[in-house]
Structures are given as structure tokens and as C-alpha cells.
Design a protein around this ligand. Structure first.
Ligand SMILES: Cc1ncc(C[n+]2csc(CCOP(=O)(O)OP(=O)(O)O)c2C)c(N)n1
Length: 788
């Protein structure tokens, strides 16, 4: 066994060395490797069971190799950015090397049986960002163990016996989200085993700059549980070269976590980084000669080699032979990866060259074209972009020759563009049968008995139906449990469904989202509440870097259908009435962003999203919970489709486009304008991502020839986005008889109090005056006033 381990570690080390060489020789753009961490990871792998999850970072190549979830050829394929999911199944060439992923989904987007594999969440580069989702990955085991309604979901869990393994570098523990996650996992008593690889540095910065006392486990000691009690962590400190102790430690830590759901932290010290941080620099610049000598002596691989010889497991000569064979093996895998990567690109270059050669025959630009062709054929390391540049150059030379041969080039180029758009752009959203875009409208049904209730009661009935219908649905957030959320949408649901399905959390927005991501990766359907839209900013980074990119960066290998529920727009002051929708829609491409104007629409969107596998943010209108609405008889079934605007008021003179809380204001202004003979058509876009999928706004514009975009965001924010969608993308410009206009909130944040609000956000009078002036420009005779 130990020989097997040594050889695996040795191969992994060779992969690091060769990987660096390949990068520095220009075959890869960047290289970051796990050298120095091999032995820890082999020990960790021994404790890893099928069904478990990893949430780690770029040093974990040996762990992935040891689990059999990465081959050496795949390792090199990723280094070369081989953009083919068969060759590089982690990210299909979309992420740099060292970003590990296991495919949790079948090609059709449905879940695999996660109990049959060693699972890994998809790595991200921002350090520490693997921690928030670890909360949910670990907490899911508790839910699967303790919730009877989840007993049948055996594809995701075996009675909650799964451990979530987190890995992080010493320096990254200085990130806030590390602490938030460690605390949350402890509070949730969830089976995570967190490894901190401590090599004393974070690139060039030493521990004394990272951590109080320069020692993370000393600082973490307050999390240590009292023996015999469940509250808190088991904390271990082990040397990174001490193979037998590492194996014992992980067996023990994972065993307790698995059985008792007590989390553990393993602080691995005396680790080294033989090749330095990455290929972007050399560690000789910042490590002293003494340190480098120390690293050499404490290299874990070297230590294991000596230990094997000392124990008599193999002789120096035996090991030398094995190493020779292993070096050859790694080199062969590298070669295979390089050829697999290069062959299709070269073939495309040859195809392009042949087309250019054909076009050259009989062309006035023949000599230039043949030069382009030769450049394509003699390039030893072509990229697809070189071929495209060659084709482009040829098309420029042929610009005056409208021949079938030129046309053949154009068609070939377009086909390449399509396949590269697919190669690099697919799976931003779900492509499965469960895509939210496939959910059709089921309109609300009302009868004589449909009661008039408060808005929050509509939501309450919707969530009740969802929790009843689907045992995978869970809701949590600050004040969501006992109180039923600050606006009562979840009122009474904890009593009905229990503390694990409708739960309070600490004030920790980043890990509320992380909790949701991890739970969703393990097959659950979380509704994660961020109490106010303004506090979504705390979680925007993790939403953007992790959740929104997940399906795309794994080429459809993973999904996390999280619903983020929040409330916003208008209420009071800077931190309770923000509407930073542009920041959200721009950072969260890959999620749906839904802005219902009332609670019935919100309920319809929740029902749509709960039937789908895309992640989304739903922004409820903060001042709508006490407004009365009729409760649909089919509150659990009604759905509102995404990307379909609704005309709230028909009109022929001007189109007013808005969403969310502004709908009420714009409707009121439209009524007042109607009394002056101006018929405004009011459109609620309903969802910002996706936006007006079928061009409904253009149809309105064709009728009115005038358009105003109104919202509470800053000038140039979401109104600018809507303007681009309609005027540029839908080609609305050709139907305009007046300049398009926007009306927004102010650039400063909303001031407190009703007057503060009035002077910070669009109001009825402003809408009226802007539209009236617009109509004055059209017909001064009918609308004589031009100043207000
Ligand atoms: C949020 C963020 N800040 C900075 C970086 C740039 N960066 C990449 S790795 C790294 C050092 C990480 O050190 P450590 O956590 O000790 O891990 P190691 O690389 O030493 O294994 C830094 C600063 C980053 N990727 N993400």
C-alpha cells in the first residue's frame, strides 16, 4: 500500500514538474500545482468515501488523482485548455488548470447517482470562496439523516453518512468568509472536515501578516469542543510529511464526523511548496536560502521515500526503477493530452488552408492568399484564433471578388463561429428539460370564494403549498424560522414543517448563500432568504463567482437550483430602500433575476422556479406585504413564465416600461395623463434576466413610437440596460418618432423619510411631467405646456 501511495505521489509530483516546464515553454498560459501537498492528500483520500464531497482549491491534484476522479491525461488536458468536455471533463477548457470538478449531472442535465462517486464541487479561483458552499455540503448530511421526508432520496445520501471535505491554504484563512463558514458549520453541527495546508506563505506574504500569533490553529482553539460534548470542532495539528500520523488523523476526524456529525479542522503544518506559488513567479525572490534549504529537507515526498527505505518496504534501487517507469508514464500521458488537444486544431487549420488555396486559384490576390495559407500550415502550435485571423485576412484580400470560393470561406468561418460560441458559451443557463424557460404559464384561478388577503398571506399560502408538495424544498434565513420572516411570508410554516425545513440562521449573508449552494449541489431545493435587497451586496461576490457561473464553468456538469428570496426597492433610507438592480443583473448572468410587482406575481414566479433547475433571485416589493390581493384558488399551481412582460394598461401615445415597485407609480401617472388626453401603455417587464423573450415591448413601440424606461436604480443603471435591449437588440430605433427617455432614481443613495424618498426616487409627478413634455414636443397645439 505504501508503495502504491508513494508512486501515486511521485507521479503527481512529476506532473507538477512537467506542467511547469510546459507552461514556461509556452504550451500553456499559466500553471499552478499541488507539489509539496501530495502526502497529506493521499492520507485524506483514504478517509474519503463514495457520496462524500470535496470543496477545495487548486492544490488538490493528488487528492483527485488518488480518488480516481482525475487522470493524468485530464490533468494535462486542462493545463493546455483543451476545450472538449470528453478530454477535459472538469471545465471543458473554461477554467485554468488546478480547478477540479466531478460531473454530477448526466449529459441531459439530470442528476447522476451521487452515491456512486467521490464528488467535488467546482473550484473557483478567488481564495476562500470554496468555504461558503462547504456549509451546505456538510449540512445536507444532517438534513438527510434527520428529516424523515428525505429518506427515499438514496441517490443523494445514505442516511446522512456523508462528510464534506474542505481544503484551504493558510493565507486564505484570513478571508472573512473562512470565519463565517467555520462558525456556521459549527453552529449547524455539520460533518465537515476542513484541512488547512500551511506552508507559512500566501504567495510571498508570511503568516505573521496573515494571522494573529501567526498560527491559525492557535487562533481557532476557541472552536475546540469540550470532550464528550457535541458543540464545537475537533482540532488536529499534524506535520505535512508525517504519513502515518496523517492517515490516522484523517481516519479519526472523518470517522467522527461521519458518525456523530461533529466537524473537524486539520491544520497541516511544515508543508512546502517546492516550485513556488505558480508559474507567474519564482519563490527565490522572497524565500531565504535557509528557508529553501529547510523546504528541501522537509519535502514530504522525500521524507516518505526515506521512510519506505528505512522500514524496508523497498530498496533505493527498487524505488529508482519505479520512478523511472513513472516518469515515462507521466510523460506519455502528457504527450497523449497534447496530441489530443492539438490534432483537431491542426485539422481545422488545414481545412482553412485548403479553402484559402482554392480561393487563391484565379484570384487577383493569389500571392497574398498563398502567403496566408502557408502561415497557417507552418504554425507549429496553432490556436483556433490563428485560423480565424487567417480566414479573416483572406476575406479582406478577397473583398472585391464576390466568388463562390470566397463564399465558401465565409460559410466555413460562420460555422466555426457557431461552434466556438457553443464551445465557450454553452450552459450559462440550464439546458435540461427542467430549464425555467420551459415552464409555461398557468394563470391564477379566481372564484367567488377567493378571499381578499394581505400580500404576505398570498406568499404564505404559496410557500405552504411548496413545502407540502416537495420534501426537497427548504427555507432559511434571518428570522425565517420562529418569526416566519420579518414580513410574515413564512408565518406558521416552521410549526407545520419543523425546524429543519423552515429555519433561522445567523446574520451571515455570504454563508446563507453558501449554505444554499451546497444543499442544492446535494439535490435539495433551498429558498435562501436575504432579509433586505440592500444586504444582498454582502453575498454578491459568492453569487457571482460561484452560483451564477456554476453551470457554465462546468460545461453543464453541475447545477445548484437555489432560489434567493429578498425584498427591496422602496421603504426607508439608504440601507432599506436600495434598488441596485443593474449591479445585480450584470454580476449575476447565469441566474434569473425576477422583479414581481406584487405578491401574486411573486408566488407565480416561485412556482415556476421551484419546478425548474436554474438559480434565481426574486426581489419582492417591500411595501407590498400589507397591500390586499385576492388569493388565487390554485396558489400552489399557478405559474408565471420568465421573460414575458405584461401590459398593465393599454395605450397608444407612449410606452412606459418599468418593473417592481415602480409599476404602481407609473400606473398612477398614466391614469393622470389619461385625464389630459395622453394614453400611455404601461408595461411591467416582470423579469430582468431573461428580458422580454418574445419582443412584446417592440410590439408596443410599433404602436406608440415613443418610449420611456422608468425605475429606481441609478441613472445609467437598469434603464440603460432595458434601453439597449429594446432600442438596439430588438431594433426599436427604427420605430421611434421621439428620442427614447429614461427616468431613474438619483445618483445618491435614497434619503430617509417620505420627503427624502420623494427626492431620491421617481415619483408620480415626475413621470407625468416627463411624458407630458414629450407629448408637447410632438403636438404643442394639444399639449401647450413645456415647462414644469
Ligand atoms: C480573493 C483573492 N485574492 C487574491 C487572490 C490572488 N492569490 C491567489 S493564490 C494567493 C495566495 C494564497 O495563499 P494560500 O491560501 O496560503 O494558498 P497556497 O497558494 O499557498 O496554497 C493569492 C493572494 C485570489 N486568487 N483571490
Amino acid at each position: 500500500m505504501v508503495l502504491h501511495d508513494y508512486r501515486l505521489a511521485y507521479r503527481s509530483r512529476q506532473a507538477s514538474l512537467i506542467g511547469r516546464r510546459e507552461t514556461l515553454s509556452g504550451k500553456a498560459k499559466f500553471g499552478i500545482f499541488g507539489d509539496g501537498k501530495e502526502i497529506v492528500q493521499i492520507a485524506l483520500a483514504k478517509a474519503f468515501r463514495k457520496g462524500d464531497f470535496r470543496s477545495g482549491y487548486y492544490r488538490d491534484q493528488t487528492l483527485m488523482l488518488a480518488l480516481g476522479e482525475l487522470t493524468l491525461q485530464e490533468f494535462f488536458a486542462q493545463l493546455y485548455a483543451h476545450a472538449d468536455v470528453e478530454a477535459e471533463p472538469a471545465t471543458a477548457g473554461r477554467a485554468m488548470n488546478g480547478h477540479y470538478v466531478t460531473r454530477l449531472l448526466n449529459p441531459d442535465g439530470s442528476w447522476k447517482n451521487l452515491m456512486e462517486a467521490y464528488n467535488s464541487a467546482a473550484d473557483v479561483s478567488p481564495t476562500g470562496s470554496q468555504m461558503p458552499r462547504l456549509v451546505g455540503l456538510a449540512y445536507a448530511s444532517r438534513l438527510y439523516r434527520e428529516l424523515d421526508v428525505l429518506k427515499d432520496f438514496t441517490q443523494f445520501s445514505n442516511h446522512g453518512n456523508e462528510v464534506a471535505f474542505g481544503t484551504i491554504g493558510n493565507a486564505s484563512t484570513a478571508e472573512g468568509m473562512f470565519w463565517e463558514a467555520v462558525n456556521a458549520i459549527g453552529v449547524l453541527k455539520s460533518p465537515a472536515v476542513i484541512t488547512i495546508y500551511d506552508d507559512d506563505y500566501g504567495i510571498s506574504v508570511t503568516n505573521e501578516y496573515q494571522m494573529v500569533k501567526g498560527d491559525i490553529s492557535a487562533v481557532l482553539s476557541g472552536f475546540q469542543r469540550t470532550p464528550g460534548e457535541r458543540d464545537g470542532y475537533d482540532i488536529y495539528r499534524v506535520k505535512g510529511w508525517d504519513y502515518p500520523t496523517l492517515i490516522d488523523t484523517y481516519r479519526k476526524a472523518a470517522g467522527i464526523a461521519r458518525k456523530e456529525h461533529v466537524p473537524a479542522i486539520v491544520h497541516v503544518v511544515e508543508l512546502t511548496q517546492p516550485q513556488g506559488h505558480s508559474t507567474s513567479g519564482s519563490h527565490e525572490r522572497y524565500k531565504s536560502k535557509e528557508r529553501l534549504e529547510w523546504e528541501d529537507e522537509h519535502d514530504a515526498l522525500r521524507w516518505l521515500r526515506q521512510w519506505i527505505i528505512a522500514q524496508g518496504f523497498a530498496s533505493e534501487a527498487d524505488l529508482g526503477e519505479m520512478e523511472k517507469e513513472d516518469r515515462r508514464h507521466v510523460e506519455a500521458m502528457r504527450k497523449a493530452a497534447w496530441h489530443a488537444y492539438l490534432a483537431p486544431i491542426q485539422q481545422e487549420a488545414r481545412q482553412a488552408a485548403a479553402l484559402i488555396e482554392q480561393a487563391a486559384a484565379g484570384s487577383a490576390a493569389s500571392a497574398d492568399l498563398l502567403q496566408v495559407k502557408n502561415r497557417l500550415l507552418t504554425n507549429p502550435m496553432p490556436l483556433r484564433r490563428d485560423t480565424m485571423a487567417g480566414i479573416h485576412a483572406a476575406l479582406v484580400f478577397l473583398k472585391d471578388e464576390d466568388s463562390p470560393r470566397r463564399q465558401a470561406l465565409v460559410e466555413w468561418k460562420r460555422a466555426q463561429e457557431r461552434s466556438n460560441q457553443e464551445r465557450y458559451g454553452s450552459h450559462l443557463y440550464s439546458q435540461s428539460a427542467e430549464s425555467a424557460l420551459n415552464v409555461q404559464a398557468t394563470p391564477p384561478v379566481y372564484s367567488q370564494n377567493s378571499p381578499l388577503v394581505h400580500g404576505f398571506e398570498v406568499l404564505n399560502a404559496c410557500f405552504d403549498a411548496a413545502l407540502w408538495r416537495d420534501p426537497r424544498v427548504l427555507a432559511f434565513g434571518e428570522d425565517v424560522g420562529r418569526l416566519g420572516d420579518v414580513n410574515q411570508g413564512m408565518r406558521g410554516l416552521q410549526e407545520k414543517y419543523g425546524e429543519l425545513r423552515v429555519s433561522d440562521t445567523g446574520i451571515r449573508e455570504t454563508t446563507i448563500i453558501g449554505q444554499a449552494i451546497g444543499l442544492a449541489l446535494r439535490g435539495l431545493k433551498p429558498i435562501a432568504e436575504i432579509q433586505y435587497l440592500d444586504y444582498l451586496l454582502y453575498a454578491l461576490q459568492i453569487l457571482s463567482d460561484d452560483l451564477a457561473t456554476l453551470q457554465w464553468r462546468t460545461h453543464g456538469g453541475q447545477k445548484a437550483p437555489v432560489i434567493v428570496r429578498t425584498r427591496g426597492h422602496r421603504l426607508e433610507g439608504i440601507w432599506h430602500s436600495g434598488s441596485p438592480m443593474a449591479s445585480i443583473i450584470h454580476l449575476l448572468r447565469g441566474m434569473h433575476v425576477v422583479t414581481p410587482r406584487n405578491m401574486t406575481q411573486a408566488a407565480g414566479f416561485y412556482n415556476t422556479l421551484l419546478r425548474s433547475d436554474d438559480p434565481a433571485v426574486v426581489v419582492e416589493v417591500l411595501n407590498g406585504y400589507r397591500v390586499r390581493e385576492r388569493l388565487p384558488d390554485n396558489i400552489g399551481e399557478m405559474t408565471v413564465p420568465l421573460g414575458v412582460p405584461e401590459i398593465l394598461r393599454p395605450g397608444t401615445d407612449v410606452t412606459l416600461v418599468t418593473y417592481g415597485a415602480c409599476c404602481r407609480i407609473v400606473l398612477e401617472a398614466a391614469e393622470a395623463l389619461g385625464q389630459q388626453g395622453i394614453e400611455a401603455e404601461v408595461i411591467d417587464v416582470q423579469t430582468l434576466l431573461p428580458f422580454d423573450r418574445y419582443g412584446a415591448i417592440l410590439e408596443s413601440l410599433k404602436k406608440t413610437s415613443r418610449i420611456v424606461f422608468i425605475d429606481e436604480d441609478v441613472p445609467g443603471g437598469t434603464t440603460a440596460y432595458m434601453l439597449q435591449e429594446v432600442i438596439e437588440k430588438q431594433r426599436g430605433y427604427s420605430w421611434l418618432d421621439s428620442p427614447p427617455r429614461t427616468l431613474t432614481g438619483t445618483s445618491h443613495r435614497p434619503a430617509y423619510g417620505s420627503d427624502g424618498d420623494y427626492w431620491s426616487k421617481p415619483n408620480v409627478e415626475q413621470v407625468f411631467e416627463l411624458v407630458y413634455t414629450l407629448m408637447h414636443e410632438v403636438d404643442p397645439g394639444r399639449f401647450p405646456v413645456d415647462s414644469w
